[in-house]
Write a protein of this length. Structure first.
Length: 170
């Protein structure tokens, strides 16, 4: 619970917070910090941690979310499928659920948003046995030219590892 609150405090989507807000959060029960040596040491350690995290992220602190791609892909694929088959199978709902699960790991950092969206749709379609018309290219190549089958399987593999890890924890 605490890590979630810290995430909200320092999230790029939230209003900017000062480092002193973060220090106050972790020192709730103790007396207010004075601007003495201890304060500056704590502040410097927070700055060092921030720099370490930034380096690990390659200074890429904003990400593009796959939701808009999945929405576009779902609308495109829906037009290719028999409407009765589409209404009988929860492909869209499953795709959205799989996409949400991708945020429980580091997949949004490791894979492009387009590849994540394609892979979740691919897995949902295959799970329900929904087949799309065959053309010169695979359906996923039409929607995203730079994706390969290996990319799709890499995302799916990461997602399945995430499910395995969760199952072991429960």
């Amino acid at each position: 619970e605490q890590i979630y609150e810290v995430f909200l405090l320092v999230s790029p989507l939230s209003p900017p917070q000062s480092r002193s807000s973060l220090l106050r959060y972790f020192n709730k029960g103790s007396a207010p910090l004075e601007c003495d040596k201890e304060f500056w040491e704590l502040r410097d350690s927070v700055v060092q941690c921030e720099l370490l995290i930034l380096r690990q992220l390659g200074f890429h602190v904003s990400i593009e979310h796959p939701h808009k791609y999945l929405l576009h892909f779902l609308l495109s694929v829906k037009s290719l499928v028999n409407r009765h088959a589409w209404s009988r199978t929860p492909v869209a709902e499953t795709s959205w659920a799989l996409l949400r699960d991708c945020y429980h790991g580091n997949m949004s950092i490791r894979h492009t948003p387009q590849h994540i969206a394609i892979a979740t749709l691919y897995l949902a379609l295959n799970s329900y046995g929904v087949e799309l018309p065959v053309g010169e290219k695979e359906w996923w190549q039409v929607l995203c030219e730079n994706v390969t089958e290996a990319d799709i399987h890499a995302v799916i593999s990461d997602l399945l590892k995430l499910y395995d890890m969760e199952a072991k924890c429960v």
